[in-house]
Design a protein around this ligand. Sequence first.
Ligand code: NAP
Length: 550
Amino acid sequence: MSVQSSPAQATEAYDVIVVGAGFAGMYMLHRLRGLGFSARVYEQGGGVGGTWYWNRYPGARCDVESMQYSYSFSEELQQEWDWSERYAPQPEILQYANHVADRFDLRRDIQFDTRVERAMFDERTATWSVTIAGGKTVDARFVVLATGCLSNARKPDIKGLENFKGPVYHTGNWPHEPVDFTGLRVGLIGTGSSGIQSAPIIAGQARHLTVFQRTANFSIPARNGALTDEERNAFRKKYPEIRRFAREVARNGIYAEQPDRGALDDSEEERRAKFRARWDRGGLTFMYVYNNLGLERAANDTAADFVRGKIAEIVKDPETAKLLQPNSHPIGTKRICIDTDYFATFNRPNVSLVDIKADPIEEITANAVRVAGRDHEVDALVMATGFDAMTGSVAKIDIRGRGGRTLNRKWAEGPKTYLGLMSAGFPNLFIITGPGSPSVLSNMIVSIEQHVDWIADCLVHMREQGLATMEADTEAEEKWVAHVNEVASGTLYPQASSWYMGANIPGKPRIFMPYIGGVGVYRRICDDVAAKGYEGFVMGWAEVPQAAAS
Ligand code: NAP
């Protein structure tokens, strides 16, 4: 038996339906086609690119260096594409996504502007019945959720927001037309990566920018700049080594020197010199100066103190500097931010900072944000308030597995998966970079490629073995969930109220969602599982005769 289309009575049928045409969905489609599977991708947006299609806010760029935040599956692609800057701006990443779609002729199997509303598993035929917006139903043997981890933008429920007369933007769902803040008073709510990237650009345009800060955040300078031909070529020459290292060695899928000692193994002077060198170089690898910054509070404090000191050096007004110094969580336990001139922005005469930790926003009126009885007048509002991360986009689809049980119900106490790839009771449903995998703790493209390749190999295995269904074994899943939690609890991460924990969504269960064991370790676990005949997964044979191949 082979993996093939559903019986002819179904209106339209594919081997695989992929939900989402971001970097995960595009590569999944490319692999499926290459292996001879029929596939259809449904994408809610009007184009490819996923997160880079929606997040068009001013200053949006990737915080992983472009030469590494790019596909590695095609040698020609990685040799021919010229990244212009160390950290590519959003329009260029979107251009790259479009280039990939054209180069590999992906668009003909992607249906844009199409939301997937529901997916129901028919146990009798081992087929998923997928309903798309408008009510059309399409069948598939397999469904792959490539819905992204940060794609469900969240506008908070702030009293009076509906009364605001000016425009309200969300960084995660930015208009496609240019937004001009010239001459306007802008209120920015949220100081995560999106707020920190957009504040300096908005401040450069607006008459006045008021930043409403609930939690001060750690941010490291990006030190962005144009890439020279020499730099690009040097990188390209080293690609085999860089990609191997990112996949197999680095914890976070990024090629960089690995720390060989703990922070307290060095004298204060040596430590400061190392932190200074990384601060001057810029970028995410600041947290990899030492090997215990994420593990031991005393070690972590040395890095946090260093950054707090830098903020005090940059920001001229001592009161503002104090407010901007993060004190509520260990450095790195909320996603560390990478910025260009964020802290210096507060030295501008047209920028003010309002602490909404001590005094939360009381109300939004027609033209102001009211805090502690004072109205901060604004003409436009920018919500940089984040996402219902990792599970939000999956939860928006009504997914029903064995016995009609919904995935939302199963995940009501927190997401449960085996390896982040499948959830017991939902056969033939794969998740790319799902909760329980390294995912958002890593260079996403490295993790996406690993998951896609693993799923592709798995589908070939099923075709060769004549298998109809595959699903996570409940016991293996329980053990994996326990392992994910155990590894997280050995670190400082759970000490922060972060979106990794679901803590940014009122009522969402607080569970550390990504797997923190490291990209290389995780890859070996997945490969080992596959080598042992997909240990921890239950395979089934078809109960009904199969139709002819599509
Ligand atoms: P985020 O990190 O979740 O930050 C949201 C911000 O909004 C936080 O400061 C949060 O405060 C605040 N907030 C939320 N609800 C609020 C409310 N009701 N009232 C006041 N403040 C509120 O979201 P994000 O900045 O969009 O970033 C999310 C993730 O996307 C990042 O961590 C990163 O992984 C990714 N990202 C990456 C890049 C990049 O590659 N450069 C850029 C942007 C985003 P609290 O902290 O107090 O909750």
